[in-house]
Design a protein around this ligand. Structure first.
Ligand code: COA
Length: 570
């Protein structure tokens, strides 16, 4: 089937549908929703059987939905309508929520229903639920809808509010007043729910330490209490705010106006307003721990839950210190488990954007990433595993590949390329790691193709060593079991020796320092050279500037070679 994905942005759900529907054998192309004219042109060029809209912020023009089957993926249960579906579900503490595939008609979200799925709502941020449970349910619902299209006798059901399973209703767009925190009366749970329902966007506007800011990245602060609404402590880059019955950590915040209206660590956004606030060490039990080390028998595990998977220079340095500490332990296997939502998305573009000198901060950050990657590659005392339960992008993927083994959870999507960030060359030893694991030809292809990749494809290319489990719970359990087996295997000592021998042979052939120097000399040009593409792309990325065109790598219908060959063939 020819499927045109119409999207506001190529977000995690769109990427997942893109790779899975292609794997199902469909011919899939993507068009960003730029304006009606571009959409009409895409439809004319591609002649899709269905236009599928997993992430859209405005209505499809009437002439398009009247003449073509247009299916909208709405993040709500049957009958739910409006632009803040998931926000309301989380704010109102729904135990279950859903996703519905409905046909575009004149009235928004009120067209015939092709499929729907439900899922339990975790206590987590909107983005996290969207990327995990909602994406899984949407994939199932979309596949059902496609099966419906392929079944002549299938008819979608009209929206009928008298049907017993129609539990949703038309809801207004959520505004800041709906999310407002009443510090004197809200419990920690209430505050968490309000921030969770608003995170990643738009956050909750509140007055903290005398400054009005959007709050993001909230976590419970166990064992801490203080005056409601007041900053009672800092730890690392987070601030702890008292509530009626305890306290919460706020890891990130955003200024409503000015140059940097993107998310930054809270202590930075509130700098100058935080006077005489006690500091809790980041590694203290009550501190804001992003990095945690644990041990089970011969297996050590380092978790690093960095918000959005972005790793600043300081975070890389702290992780390196934790890694070096972990290597001193009498364990045999060291596992790098990343965070709950992302394993890693590489250097921290927001912190770089906010720096006085973005080129200098980029340079510092990539060197800190490389220090970490190099330490992993040079490890001889342990076998190392990257356990990738969440998605990864750019340098984060290669950092994971620096480990001896890279295990991925089935639904994980990786973006193992840098070029979309203003033609960034990339580092993290990718020029050493990719050919070694994938072979020269595939290394070249991966680096050029600029497309998201399913875990199964990563496995077939040698980028991953094993892919298993669907849910995070099952993945963690299976990872623990396999890591234990690896540490206790009779061939463990031989494997460790073989790894050291291989490293020494590789070093003889070409020293690691040469790969690093070559990559960094290209990165230096990206950061300091006369071509400012990287700086422009980074600014657009952190400010979420609306795209003005769809890259041809995604919009295959605009690719001249596709027009001349595949189009004629189909
Ligand atoms: N630095 C800072 N923030 C980052 C980031 C990075 N390296 N990578 C992702 N983020 C943020 C996004 O801005 C977004 O923020 P939000 O919470 O305000 O919405 C959030 O993480 C989720 O990212 P998003 O792009 O919405 O996720 P996705 O699943 O749709 O796409 C990627 C994943 C990896 C393809 C995409 O995030 C990306 O291209 N990131 C940049 C990777 C990169 O070029 N790194 C630098 C080179 S090493």
């Amino acid at each position: 089937m020819r499927i045109l994905l119409l999207v506001h942005g190529f977000n995690s759900l769109s990427q997942r549908l893109f790779v899975e529907l292609r794997d199902d054998g469909h011919d899939v192309t993507v068009e960003f929703d730029i304006n009606d004219g571009t959409l009409r042109k895409a439809v004319e060029l591609f002649a899709p059987d269905v236009i599928l809209a997993p992430f859209l912020k405005r209505a499809i023009p009437a002439d398009v939905w009247q003449n073509h089957l247009c299916l909208i993926v709405h993040p709500g249960v049957i009958g739910d309508r409006g632009p803040s579906a998931l926000d309301w579900a989380i704010l109102e503490g729904k135990g279950n929520w859903g996703v519905t595939v409905l046909q575009a008609k004149a009235e928004m979200d009120a067209g015939p229903i092709w499929a729907s799925e439900t899922f339990p709502v975790r206590r987590a941020s909107k983005s996290s639920i969207y990327r995990t449970e909602l994406t899984e349910a949407a994939l199932v619902a979309v596949r059902k809808a496609i099966a419906g299209i392929q079944t002549p006798e299938f008819t979608p059901r009209p929206l009928d509010y008298s049907a017993p399973d129609v539990t949703g209703r038309l809801r207004e767009a959520m505004v800041q007043a709906d999310r407002r925190i009443d510090w004197a009366n809200d419990t920690s749970e209430d505050v968490l729910r309000k921030i969770h329902s608003s995170d990643g966007v738009p956050g909750v506007l509140s007055n903290i330490a005398g400054k009005s800011v959007f709050l993001h990245d909230a976590r419970p602060a166990h064992g801490l209490t203080g005056t409601a609404g007041e900053v009672i402590a800092t730890s690392g880059t987070a601030v702890c705010v008292g509530t009626k019955d305890g306290a919460i950590w706020i890891g990130h915040a955003r200024e409503p106006k000015g140059e940097a209206t993107f998310k930054l660590p809270t202590t930075r956004v509130l700098s100058g307003s935080l006077t005489e606030v006690p500091e809790i060490p980041i590694d203290a039990e009550q501190g804001y721990q992003e990095i945690a080390y644990s041990e089970r028998g011969p297996v050590g595990t380092l978790r690093f839950d960095f918000y959005n998977g972005a790793m600043s220079s300081e975070q890389c340095a702290r992780l390196l210190a934790a890694y070096e500490m972990a290597l001193t332990r009498p364990t045999k296997v060291l596992m790098l488990a990343g965070g709950s939502d992302f394993w890693s998305n590489g250097i921290h573009l927001n912190i770089i954007e906010a720096a006085d000198n973005a080129a200098e901060e980029s340079w510092r950050n990539i060197n800190a990433m490389d220090d970490l990657a190099e330490a992993i590659i040079r490890t001889e005392s342990h076998l190392t595993i990257a356990a990738m339960g969440g998605n990864s992008g750019a340098g984060g993927v290669f950092l994971a590949r620096a480990c001896d083994l890279l295990w991925m959870r089935g639904p994980v999507i990786v973006n193992p390329h840098y070029k979309d960030m203003g033609n960034l060359y990339g580092s993290e030893f990718w020029t050493y790691l990719l050919p070694r694991h994938c072979g020269d030809e595939d290394a070249q292809r991966i680096n050029q193709q600029r497309l998201p990749m399913a875990a199964t494809e990563a496995l077939s290319l040698g980028l991953a060593d094993a892919v298993f489990a669907q849910s995070k719970v099952d993945f963690d359990a299976e990872v623990a079991k396999r890591a234990d087996e690896l540490a206790n295997a009779p061939e463990y000592a031989d494997r460790l020796r073989a790894k050291s021998d291989q490293r020494q042979a590789d070093e003889q052939e070409k020293p690691l320092s040469a790969y690093r120097d070559e990559e960094l000399s290209r990165m230096r040009r990206n950061f300091y050279g006369f071509d400012t593409s990287y700086h422009i792309a980074r600014s657009d990325f952190v400010r979420k500037t609306k795209k003005s065109r769809t890259p041809v790598t995604l919009a295959r219908h605009r690719d001249k070679s596709w027009q001349q060959t595949d189009r004629k063939a189909s």
